[in-house]
Design a protein around this ligand. Structure first.
Ligand SMILES: NCc1[nH]cc(CCC(=O)O)c1CC(=O)O
Length: 309
């Protein structure tokens, strides 16, 4: 008897679709299944529809995931493929992140029209970015620059750059690579000066807790090292992220059973920041991240978070 195909939920953006296709290919290879066993279902989310305001303004990360999660919970979809970076730290009851694909390059890419490197931009040049973290990190390194909010699909942003709306922009290198645009960056930013967003560069799969058929399928493509690193980074974010208005960076490297973590919070103007390094056993990934978040929160004090809101 022919089994029903798995229904894979995704956003409809070119990046999201590329990520869903990559997931399907890995599942086909891991299980020797034909393409017909997977049906890709693309949904338009609220985050995709509203492109003229910053995410923090319109309600944060859940905007990209709510519709997919409703259809997952109702059984309309079997699993959903996401950029881990876009996932809220708290998921709806009954859903979990069941698998992570091997992580892509975590670095932010600088795309400069006026100069190839961030440090070489002329004084007062305009940089477009939608991310509070990137905006704050740019201002920290280059307080003279004019940083503007700049949302939309990768192609839209690159077009606006080409048309001269801005002198430079920043994008995740991972996303550019997945779109075949690895040659677009004029500089790749060092994660020590420019730490990435928690979970940047990692594709995750969300499914129903207790759905044995689906979770067994997904387990085969889970990358343990990525799972550990992203779990640590998300725990850091979870310990800090009350409002989604705080610029937060976090990067964990998991290797040989160990995990090393570096995290940072900044004021939106980049004038003040607190950072933390910690390490431990990879089996403690979640605790290492959460402890780092609590420690940095305590060092910063409540005044730090209230100083700009
Ligand atoms: N919110 C947008 C988003 N979510 C994930 C990525 C890139 C891919 C990734 O980090 O895995 C991007 C685009 C960007 O930041 O340039």
């Amino acid at each position: 008897m022919q089994t029903k195909p798995f229904r894979i939920g995704t956003r409809g953006s070119p990046l999201a679709l590329a990520q869903a296709y990559e997931t399907r290919s890995r599942l086909m290879a891991a299980h020797g299944l034909p393409e017909e066993m997977f049906e890709i279902v693309a949904l338009t989310t609220k985050g995709d529809r509203i492109t003229d305001r910053s995410l923090a303004e319109i309600g944060g990360k859940g905007l990209f995931t709510a519709e997919l999660e409703e259809q997952l919970a109702s059984g309309e979809l079997d699993f959903a493929v996401h950029s881990s970076k876009d996932m809220p730290t708290v998921l709806p009851d009954g859903l979990f992140l069941s698998a992570f694909l091997p992580r892509e390059d975590v670095r932010d890419a600088f795309v400069g029209a006026a100069a190839p490197r961030l440090v070489e931009l002329p004084e007062g040049a305009t940089v477009g970015s939608s991310s509070l973290r990137r905006q704050a990190l740019i201002r920290r390194l280059r307080p003279d620059l004019n940083v503007i909010t700049f949302r939309g699909l990768v192609d839209t942003r690159l077009r606006k750059l080409a048309e001269g709306h801005v002198d430079a922009t920043l994008l995740a290198f991972a996303g550019l690579k997945r779109l075949g645009k690895q040659d677009v960056p004029t500089e790749l930013l060092d994660p020590r000066d420019f730490p990435p967003a928690p979970a940047q560069g990692a594709i995750c799969i969300e499914s129903r807790i207790g759905d044995k058929r689906v979770n067994t399928l997904l387990e085969a493509i889970n990358d343990r090292t990525t799972h550990n690193a992203v779990t640590c980074e998300r725990a850091f974010l979870g310990a800090l992220d009350g409002s989604c208005r705080t610029p937060i960076a976090g990067h964990a490297i998991s290797e040989g059973g160990k995990i090393g973590f570096y995290g940072m919070i900044l004021t939106p103007d980049g004038s003040r920041f607190h950072d933390i390094s910690s390490e431990g056993s990879a089996t403690d990934a979640e605790r290492i991240g959460r402890n780092a978040g609590e420690a940095v929160r305590a060092t910063a004090g409540t005044g730090f978070f209230e100083s700009w809101s």
